[in-house]
Ligand binder design. Structure first.
Ligand SMILES: [Zn+2]
Length: 167
């Protein structure tokens, strides 16, 4: 993992790359899966320039950080909502936090923000203001009220379970 704490503790997801967060810092970190999400040509070129100039570093956290992220996501009820890119970028932000003492994650995804807060990672929203409270989620059947930790169909009435804030 090539993280230089003296230069930066900033991690970005795809929304962060689109917003050009990397232009405001000497260097920012992200993961392979996030760069793969940047598909339009103009943003692609921006990412390639940033990579070439060393202002964007693509790296990856080790397995134990990924495992801890999944554990927290499961506890909050959002594990099945997170993509591989979400999990990887959270693991990297968690690694940076552990290594550098603090980390900032730029993301607009409220579920990613939720897990990040729970791990002690500071978050910066791009389009929307960031929340600071951790919230738990659960899958609920709107028809009969059946609650589950996993997505899918209601075993009682077959309706699709929907993610909801847990009370
Ligand atoms: Zn039901």
């Amino acid at each position: 993992v090539s993280v230089d704490c003296s230069r930066s503790n900033v991690v970005v997801d795809a929304a962060g790359l689109f917003a050009g967060v990397n232009l405001s810092y000497p260097v920012v970190y992200t993961v392979e899966q996030v760069t793969e999400e940047v598909l339009d040509e103009r943003s692609r070129r921006g990412v390639e320039l940033a990579l070439a100039s060393g202002k964007l570093v693509v790296t990856q956290a080790s397995e134990n950080f990924r495992r801890r992220v999944m554990e927290v996501a499961r506890k909050l009820g959002v594990l099945y909502e997170l993509s591989k890119a979400d999990l990887e970028v959270l693991a990297l932000a968690y690694y940076v936090k552990e290594r550098c003492g603090s980390a900032i994650l730029y993301t607009d995804d409220t579920l990613v923000q939720n897990v990040a807060i729970s791990l002690g990672i500071a978050i910066e929203g791009l389009k929307y203001p960031s929340r600071t409270r951790v919230r738990r989620y659960v899958y609920v059947c709107k028809a009969c009220g059946y609650r589950s930790a996993k997505p899918g169909e209601c075993p009682r009435c077959g309706n699709k379970l929907q993610l909801e804030l847990s009370t």
